[in-house]
Write a protein that binds this ligand. Sequence first.
Ligand code: LIP
Length: 262
Amino acid sequence: MDAAALADLALDIAREAGDLARRRREAGVAIAATKSVIADIVTEADREVEALIRERLAVARPGDGFLGEESGAERGTTGITWVVDPIDGTVNYAYGMPHYAVSIAAIEGEPEPPLWTALAGVVHNPATGETFSAVRGGGAWRDGQRLAVSEVGGAGALVATGFGYDPATHAGDLARVAKVMPLVRDLRRGGAASLDLAYVAAGRLDGYFERGLHPWDHAAGALLVTEAGGVVTGSPHGAPGREMTVAAGPALHARLVAAISA
Ligand code: LIP
């Protein structure tokens, strides 16, 4: 199956999964458990949506690997692994904020960001109905409209960031924000990394940086950004990951990395 076919499969599944997430949200959300710290919640819907995605992929692509936020990792035999965040922006979702996404990426190679090649990625917001997608070498799209990262004007950059669930990490995150402030006109904190990355690809944000992301947070969104002409790395370089993720057009990306790593 070529990358475009993988993207089509991800689009169909993301939309079905998003419809389930939206219906469960409308019916009321139950917190199922906490994970790393008390603020790191998982809802029953997170688990149910990931189970649906995993089941659909297993039928369509038996033998592929899977790496999901809620059900963990399973190695495949085909060289393709699906990296899935069933509801990215879980806290937004739990509070009823319409800013969360189903994020599905198909990667080739070892299921570790520095080692994989992303082939297809989909980020779908069930609350707005917007779907962002990309195929390696095929560009990035929002519901049929071609996407391109922005060029920053003289007023400075509009940049998004995020903060980890562990309060012990907030002082360091805020110190990093202070380093970036001279570059920006304003900050945004959306609460869903996949949508932050999709918005960079769409030019709705000039840039984004965040420490502490998991592979499923950035797998699809990073492909959107690079296929829209942007750059996504760690800091000061390397693959995006737990240490840092920085995404922007080339000129701003270099300035953000320089400020963050100073
Ligand atoms: C979230 C990210 C967000 C980050 C949160 C959390 P989740 O993912 O999308 O950018 O700031 O700490 O990691 O937990 O909603 O899938």
